[in-house]
Design a protein around this ligand. Structure first.
Ligand SMILES: Nc1ncnc2c1ncn2[C@@H]1O[C@H](COP(=O)(O)OP(=O)(O)OP(=O)(O)O)[C@@H](O)[C@H]1O
Ligand SMILES: [Mg+2]
Length: 142
C-alpha cells in the first residue's frame, strides 16, 4: 500500500503559532466526513485525532501538512511537519508529559494528553521523528 492509493484526500496547510486558524483543518475534515455519510462514531474518533495532530503542529512544530485520506475500509490521518522533531517519542507518548510553554498553557493547551489520545483512538498508530520533521499515521477502520 502506498501513501497515494487513497480514493480521496483532503489536505490542510498548518501554520506554526497561528492560533486563529488552529482547529480549522480538523473541523473541515469533520464536515467533509459528514457529507460522505461516514459513521458518526468514526467521525468522532477522527475529529479527536486530527484536532490533536493539528494543534500539536501549531504549537510544537515549524508547520506542515495535515492529510485525511479516505480508503474503502479505513480513514488515515497523516500529520507531517518540517521539524524540530520529537527527541524522545516514548516520553512524548506518556500521559501528562508536555513541553508547552506557560503562555501556551494559558490558552488551555499543554495537558500532555494529545499524543496518548491520538494513539488511543486510532486502530493503527505509527510515528516517526527526526530533526527534519515528525510524521504520524493514524488509521481508523470504517
Ligand atoms: N509535531 C510535534 N513536533 C515536535 N514536538 C511535538 C510534536 N507533537 C508533540 N510534541 C512533543 O510531545 C509532547 C507531548 O505532546 P501531547 O500532544 O501529548 O501534549 P501537549 O501538546 O504538550 O499537550 P495537550 O496535547 O494535552 O494540549 C509535547 O509537549 C511536545 O514536546
Ligand atoms: Mg498536544
Amino acid at each position: 500500500m502506498k501513501d497515494t492509493d487513497y480514493l480521496k484526500r483532503y489536505t490542510y496547510k498548518i501554520i506554526a503559532n497561528d492560533f486563529n486558524l488552529a482547529g480549522k483543518g480538523s473541523s473541515d475534515i469533520k464536515t467533509n466526513l459528514k457529507m460522505l455519510g461516514i459513521d458518526p462514531k468514526v467521525i468522532r474518533r477522527i475529529a479527536i485525532i486530527s484536532y490533536e495532530a493539528e494543534i500539536n503542529m501549531v504549537i510544537h512544530s515549524y508547520g506542515g501538512d495535515l492529510h485525511c485520506d479516505i480508503y474503502k475500509d479505513r480513514i488515515v490521518i497523516i500529520s507531517e511537519d518540517t521539524g524540530p522533531g520529537i527527541p524522545n517519542i516514548e516520553l512524548a507518548l506518556t500521559e501528562g508529559y508536555s513541553t508547552a510553554s506557560s503562555k501556551v498553557r494559558e490558552l488551555g493547551f499543554g495537558a500532555g494528553m494529545g499524543l496518548p489520545n491520538m494513539r488511543r483512538w486510532s486502530d493503527e498508530f505509527e510515528i516517526m521523528s527526526q530533526k527534519e520533521g515528525t510524521k504520524i499515521y493514524m488509521t481508523v477502520l470504517i
